[in-house]
Design a binder for this molecule. Sequence first.
Ligand SMILES: C[S@@+](CC[C@H](N)C(=O)[O-])C[C@H]1O[C@@H](n2cnc3c(N)ncnc32)[C@H](O)[C@@H]1O
Length: 286
Amino acid sequence: MKREEEIRMRVSETYTCAVEQLEKSPSSCCCGPSPQSFAVTLAGYSHEVLAGLPADALVNAFGCGNPLALAEIREGEAVLDLGSGAGIDLLLAARLTGPTGKVIGIDMTPAMIERARANAAAVGLTNVEVRSGIIEELPVEPESIDLVISNCVINLSPEKKRVFAEIYRVLKEGGRFSISDIVADPMPDWVHELGQLYSACISGAIPESDYLAGLRQVGLVDVAVRDRLVYDHAQLVGLLDSELSGSCCCGSSPIPREQIFKVADVLDGKVSSVRVIGRKPAKATP
Ligand SMILES: C[S@@+](CC[C@H](N)C(=O)[O-])C[C@H]1O[C@@H](n2cnc3c(N)ncnc32)[C@H](O)[C@@H]1O
């Protein structure tokens, strides 16, 4: 198996384990109390926006921001969510596009796809479709999407350039993107060697300048960071607890508490959640 496929498989196993563990014990996971509330709390969704969503979509949210903030979705638009998980952003986007719009989620983890479909059905949304696939090779028609969103997923890809090129391919001319993701300064080797930190959205993260350059290199324009949250020590411990819930529930050895604090010491101020926006250029008028 290619290295990239192995990484995707490990990430997928981690998220399968995380949702299965939460199903068995929804109020607590093996790494700490209610870790998923951290993702939703810190992501910046307002209570009003979340009202009416199925509890399952909130409990199984693993994002690091709110890609829909100020995305100005218009009725009837086609929205694509890369790595849609249990569907929190799919459901919120579907409300905004209305029944004349269409929201497509892509995920590679069957347990997540099942949940997102069930959550959309639970609130009666008929304009949400969840497709199985990888974000490096999207099962989506070229130039068919008005807005690409994604929440804490591209950092997990071992082939980020392919993902950026796919965003360009599927966007209509003039189409836009709004992506929340983790970026990070270069880390010491010993942090990279803690394998669980990859699926925890830490060690696959690249520097912000490389991320923006990667998006520009494929032809996307007006690429800019709109919001930035630089994680402090306490927030890093919360993020690690939240995102590591899958790996330790999965049977891999949990990272000892003191090691989590050591990682947070080293990465304090070096890991951020950013919301990056941009667009595909509109067709030049002759
Ligand atoms: C950190 S979770 C975020 C889920 C969701 N966006 C949210 O905010 O709750 C990462 C999700 O991305 C999916 N994922 C990770 N890498 C992927 C890839 N290369 N292709 C497709 N899905 C991927 C995982 O299966 C998981 O559901």
